[in-house]
Design a protein around this ligand. Structure first.
Ligand code: NDP
Length: 247
């Protein structure tokens, strides 16, 4: 099987990496199901995809709400007859030093970046187990494989989802359910992500850094497309994606 005709659910599809991936996959013949909270953005993206001849639909989804994530997956089944891939991509990155004690943001990151991924996993697992196939792709981060000052809790959520993907892969291999997992570790990608930083110093530093080195989210979309394009017996399961200019 290839990307063509695959049914792909994407969270965090209203901007950045999710938007670029939805557009590229649809261009290559996938049927995409978009979830995020900003309905106007989802409507616009679905319209653009459909006008270009692609197949797409959306459901307003807050990934912290399990019933909304389930509804997104159920929409894939009612609209397109099944689900092949979930791309757990929704996330926020309000970085700050731990000593600043932005504890609400710590909780928000755990709820969205970690529990949101778990909600995606739970929503697809019954179907993937039954059909003995399925792909779970998750946007971790380079902060999920290295420790960066300011990214204590953000990195904790991204290390956590990396572990989750690898455990699902190994359990599925031993249970014979053929569920493939992919962890993405992007570095600086120019999206709307920095808007979630409230710490003034962290925001200033990150704005400058991204301006100097950041690359377009299409880079990640191409990697996701490549992973989905692999044959059923092949699990390409980890990708690090750096801008050439980033040390
Ligand atoms: P964007 O801010 O452009 O995209 C984030 C997406 O997540 C938006 O679609 C947003 O939609 C969605 N989102 C946020 N909170 C929720 C929620 N509670 N429920 C549903 N959707 C939500 O940034 P990116 O494209 O960069 O981010 C995508 C992923 O990539 C994130 O997981 C991020 O951590 C990761 N990443 C990004 C890097 C970068 O440099 N840009 C580097 C490494 C990883 P809405 O607000 O409409 O709900």
């Amino acid at each position: 099987m290839t990307v063509k005709n695959k049914v792909v659910v994407i969270t965090g599809a209203s901007s950045g990496i999710g938007e670029a991936t939805a557009k590229l996959l649809a261009q290559n013949g996938a049927r995409v199901v978009l979830g995020a909270r900003r309905e106007n953005r989802l409507q616009e993206i679905v319209k653009t995809i459909q006008e270009a001849g692609g197949q797409a639909t959306y459901s307003v989804t807050d990934v912290t709400k399990p019933e909304q994530v389930q509804a997104l997956v159920d929409l894939a089944k009612t609209e397109f007859g099944g689900i092949d891939v979930i791309f757990n991509n929704a996330g926020i990155m309000p970085t700050s030093p731990i000593s600043a004690l932005h504890t609400k943001e710590w909780n928000d990151m755990i709820d969205i970046n970690l529990k949101g991924v778990l909600n995606g996993v739970a929503a697809v697992m019954p179907d993937f187990t039954k059909q003995k196939s399925g792909q779970i792709i998750t946007t971790s981060s380079v902060a999920g494989i290295k420790s960066f000052p300011g990214a204590g809790v953000y990195g904790a959520t991204k290390f956590a989802v990396r572990n989750l993907m690898e455990v699902i892969r190994t359990e599925s291999a031993s249970e014979g359910t053929n569920i493939r997992t992919v962890s993405l570790y992007p570095a600086a990608i120019n999206t709307e992500l920095l808007r979630t930083i409230t710490d003034k110093t962290a925001k200033k530093d990150m704005d400058q850094f991204y301006k100097a080195v950041g690359i377009d989210p299409i880079a990640i979309a191409r990697v996701v497309n490549f992973a989905i394009d692999q044959p059923e017996e092949v699990n390409v399961n980890e990708f690090t994606i750096y801008p050439t200019k980033q040390a």
